[in-house]
Design a protein around this ligand. Structure first.
Ligand code: ADP
Ligand code: MG
Length: 437
């Protein structure tokens, strides 16, 4: 397609969208605010943002599964009032039916649309062949590797020949090599004009993935989520990750994602966001120590370029951002224009022995993670110094989805145990002060 993108037909248009999840009478959790987005035929677009920023929520709005609290969504110029035939979605978790074969899973979408049996078979075979699953028609999902299962997920979406293909972190549950094969296979099909879709919108938290695959990248900011930046990726396919221009763009995006947000004045009537409303990323204490030690040592001496540091530690580049953000949250590091800087607290952690490290970490938790204080306070006040996890999970669920609440609690349990601020009994799902001084 060589018409200028701006002139191509518009598929979806999101205007001034806002999404709030209602908690109680006086507290709304605003997940998306003033989101604007236009998708045209012939482009692959990435929605890039950290976990919890509202990417999946926006994708559900675009698919018609969720009606936004405010704002408008139009599909080919017509207001969207529910799921449309023109859109199909691929999920991170594959979402296959275990009791159905590959072919039956793929045919599902067509059945729902009332396509006759012979036609269903013809089209599902075509989709299965295209996506490289030929010969596996009668296999069950459990007999397939993760990569093959995601191919089934893709075939099931593609079989309906959707105008718009939505993908929600489709490669993030796969190992590195499998993910890369699937990415390049998809791009090859797209470039050969074999993919039966007009446009792709892909959600990812992986910067390199966005630069590798997409024509346009929308960088999403958190709290509330909105499109903070838009970048064009000018490189032809196939793209080379080692190309200096590719590296530069990845670096630039790191800069954007670690830029300090200006503090926005809040309306006097708006409720202050709860200190509990922050989903924590699951980063382990040993990983944090390792990163701080490397950062403190030569050649970095306390300051490093994030992608370079990821390389030195042999991390996937995109695993380092949540790690850096977590160190920043705890006051051990600061992120600045794509660099990470160790703070004084971070230095004193690195220079301490095991016992002192635990103390320093504990102090950081008490200072920066309100949930930890809350747990400790409840335990201190109870005569038996015990408290059930359910209570805190409920509290968190007032501010985030159930799955984020569960992850956040899990992370805090790991951190608090390391710092010896509390004990946790997995069986009883109970916090206590047993064995704590
Ligand atoms: P992402 O896909 O970027 O990780 P999500 O769209 O899943 O983000 O979630 C954005 C925020 O909205 C998170 O803080 C999450 O906890 C919250 N959230 C998502 N779904 C619900 C829900 N059904 N009820 C309450 N909060 C929710
Ligand atoms: Mg998501």
């Amino acid at each position: 397609m060589d018409t200028a993108v701006e002139l191509r037909p518009c598929l979806i248009e999101v205007k001034a969208c806002r999404q709030a999840y209602h908690k109680d009478a006086n507290a709304d959790l605003v997940v998306l605010d003033d989101v604007n987005l236009t998708l045209r035929e012939g482009e692959i677009v990435a929605l890039l943002g950290r976990s919890g920023s509202g990417k999946s929520t926006l994708l559900r709005i675009v698919s018609g599964l969720l009606k936004p609290t405010a704002g408008s969504v139009t599909w080919r110029g017509v207001p969207l009032s529910g799921p449309t035939d023109g859109v199909a979605m691929v999920f991170q978790s594959f979402a296959l039916f275990p009791w159905l074969t590959v072919q039956e899973n793929v045919e599902l979408g067509l059945e729902a649309r009332g396509v006759a049996r012979a036609e269903r078979e013809r089209r599902s075979e075509e989709a299965i062949d295209m996506i490289g699953l030929g010969g596996f028609e009668n296999a069950y999902p459990k007999e397939l590797s993760g990569g093959m299962r995601q191919r089934v997920g893709l075939a099931r979406a593609l079989v309906v020949h959707p105008d718009l293909l939505l993908m929600d972190e489709p490669f993030s549950a796969l190992d590195v090599l499998t993910a890369e094969t699937l990415r390049t296979d998809l791009i090859d099909l797209w470039m050969d004009g074999k993919l039966p879709v007009k446009s792709v919108l892909m959600v990812t938290h992986n910067i390199e993935e966005a630069v590798l695959m997409c024509d346009r990248i929308l960088v999403f900011s958190s709290n509330p989520g909105r499109v903070a930046h838009e970048l064009k990726v000018p490189f032809p396919h196939p793209r080379n990750r080692l190309d200096p221009a590719f590296r530069q763009l990845v670096d630039d995006i790191y800069g954007i994602m670690t830029r300090r947000k200006p503090v926005e004045p809040r309306l006097p009537t708006a409720p202050a966001p709860s200190p509990l409303a922050l989903p924590l990323q699951s980063v382990g204490t040993n990983v944090m120590s390792g990163l701080m030690e490397t950062l403190a040592a030569e050649p970095y001496n306390g300051r490093a370029d994030l992608p370079a540091l990821a390389g030195a530690l042999q991390y996937e580049v995109d695993d380092i951002l949540p790690l850096g953000e977590t160190l920043q949250l705890l006051g051990f590091a600061v992120l600045e224009e794509g660099d990470i800087l160790l703070t004084d607290a971070g230095r004193s952690f690195v220079n301490s022995d095991t016992d002192d490290r635990k103390k320093i970490f504990g102090e950081a938790l008490r200072q920066h993670v309100p949930l930890v204080n809350m747990i400790r306070q409840v335990l201190d006040e109870r005569w038996n110094h015990r408290a059930s996890a359910v209570r805190f999970r409920d509290e968190l669920e007032d501010h985030m989805s159930a799955s984020y609440a569960a992850d956040t609690l899990r992370t805090v349990i790991g951190w608090g145990r390391y710092a010896e601020l509390f004990s946790y009994d997995e069986e009883a799902e109970q916090f206590s002060l047993e064995d704590i001084e």
